[in-house]
Design a binder for this molecule. Structure first.
Ligand SMILES: Cc1cc2nc3c(=O)[nH]c(=O)nc-3n(C[C@H](O)[C@H](O)[C@H](O)COP(=O)(O)OP(=O)(O)OC[C@H]3O[C@@H](n4cnc5c(N)ncnc54)[C@H](O)[C@@H]3O)c2cc1C
Length: 291
C-alpha cells in the first residue's frame, strides 16, 4: 500500500511558510499524520540521511536558493496532540510552542511559560534544545520518542542518556522526533499567567517585532554575548539594505521578503568574518542553513 498523493506537495515553497519569508523549494514534501503513514512513506521510498529533511515551523531554518531535492517531512495530525497522563504529558512534535504554553496555562501546569514567546514547534525545540529566560527544553523533558529510519522502528530515549547542551538537542542522524514526554507540576494560574506576560514584555522590549527574522543568528560563545561581539566589530553599513542587522538587537537580522536565501547566507558569513578579524572568535550559527 502506498502513501496517497494528497500527502505529497511538490515544489513546496519554504519562502512562503518560513519566518524569514525566504528560501528555496523542497522538491517533495510529505505530510505525515500518523505512524501508519510514516511506515508507508519509509517502506515505499529508499530514504537515507542526506535525502530527507524534517521541517517544524521553519522559524530557525533557511533553505538555500537551489532548494532541497529530496524528501521533506512535515508532521501533522496525531503529532499535533497533547495528552495529559498522571506523571507526564505526551506532546506531539508538531505542537506549536505558543499553543502548548497556553494549553498548560489552561490546565494550571507550570514551567512552560517561556515557550509562550518562542515561535517554533516541540520537534524543533527538542532538536535545538530551545530556551530563553534561563530555561531550556531539556529541563522539562523526561524522554524523546523518535522514529529511526534505519531500523523502521520507534524508540524512546531518556533525557539522562542524551547529551543536550546549549542549543544542541536531539540531533541524531536518521531520526524523526515524534513526541516528547514532559514533566508535570501544577501551580496557581495567576502565577503562570503573570510569568507569560512578563516574558512577553521583555521580548517586545528587547527584540525586533513583526519583521522577517530567525531569532538569534549566532550562539553565544562561552561567557560572551554574540550581540556585543557583533556590535563592536561592524560598521553602520550593516544596519542598512535588504538584509540588515536589527538596531534593537545586533544578533538579529531583518530581511525583505523573498530576498534570496544565498544573500542572507552571505550576509551571515560577512558578520562572522568581521567578528573573527576583530576578536579572533568564530561565531557558531544558531540558524540551520540547508545547502
Ligand atoms: C522571532 C524569533 C524568536 C526566537 N526566539 C528564540 C528563543 O528565545 N530561544 C530559542 O531557542 N530559539 C528561538 N528562536 C528560534 C526557533 O524558534 C527555535 O530554534 C525553535 O526551536 C525552532 O523550531 P521550528 O519548529 O521552527 O524548527 P524548524 O526551523 O522547522 O527546524 C529547526 C531544525 O529542527 C529540525 N526538526 C524540526 N522538527 C523536527 C522533528 N520532528 N524531527 C527531527 N528534526 C526536526 C529541522 O530539520 C531543523 O534542522 C526564535 C526564532 C524567531 C523567528
Amino acid at each position: 500500500m502506498t502513501l496517497k498523493n494528497k500527502n505529497l506537495v511538490t515544489n513546496y515553497s519554504s519562502a512562503k511558510f518560513s519566518w524569514l519569508k525566504s528560501g528555496g523549494n523542497i522538491s517533495h514534501l510529505y505530510k505525515v499524520h500518523n505512524q501508519v503513514e510514516l511506515n508507508k512513506l519509509f517502506s515505499q521510498n529508499c530514504i537515507n540521511a542526506k535525502s530527507f529533511l524534517v521541517i517544524g515551523n521553519l522559524s530557525n531554518t533557511l533553505i538555500k536558493d537551489d532548494g532541497f531535492n529530496g524528501i521533506g517531512i512535515k508532521l501533522l495530525g496525531d503529532f499535533t496532540d497533547v495528552k495529559i497522563n498522571s506523571d507526564h504529558m505526551l506532546v506531539g512534535a508538531a505542537v506549536l510552542d505558543n499553543y502548548f504554553s497556553k494549553f498548560c496555562y489552561q490546565k494550571s501546569i507550570a514551567g512552560y511559560e517561556f515557550l509562550y514567546t518562542i515561535p517554533g514547534s516541540i520537534g524543533g525545540n527538542i532538536f535545538m534544545n530551545a530556551g530563553c529566560y534561563n530555561q531550556e527544553i531539556k529541563d522539562k523533558l523526561i524522554s524523546v520518542i523518535y522514529y529511526d529510519i534505519n531500523h523502521n522502528k520507534i524508540f524512546e530515549k531518556n533525557i539522562n542518556d542524551l547529551n543536550f547542551d546549549y542549543r544542541k538537542g536531539f540531533q541524531k542522524n536518521n531520526s524523526i522526533i515524534l513526541y516528547g514526554k514532559f514533566k508535570i507540576s501544577y501551580k496557581d494560574q495567576d502565577h503562570i499567567k503573570s510569568l507569560m506576560q512578563e516574558y512577553d514584555i521583555i521580548r517586545k522590549e528587547t527584540q525586533p517585532q513583526k519583521v522577517n527574522c530567525c531569532g538569534s543568528i549566532f550562539k553565544n560563545p562561552k561567557n560572551q554575548s554574540a550581540w556585543k561581539l557583533i556590535k563592536s566589530s561592524i560598521d553602520e553599513s550593516f544596519y542598512d539594505g535588504p538584509v540588515k542587522l536589527s538596531k534593537t538587537h545586533s544578533n538579529f537580522f531583518e530581511n525583505d521578503p523573498n530576498i534570496s536565501a544565498n544573500s542572507i547566507s552571505s550576509f551571515i558569513s560577512k558578520i562572522q568574518k568581521r567578528v573573527k578579524e576583530k576578536h579572533n572568535i568564530l561565531l557558531e550559527k544558531e540558524l540551520i542553513i540547508i545547502d
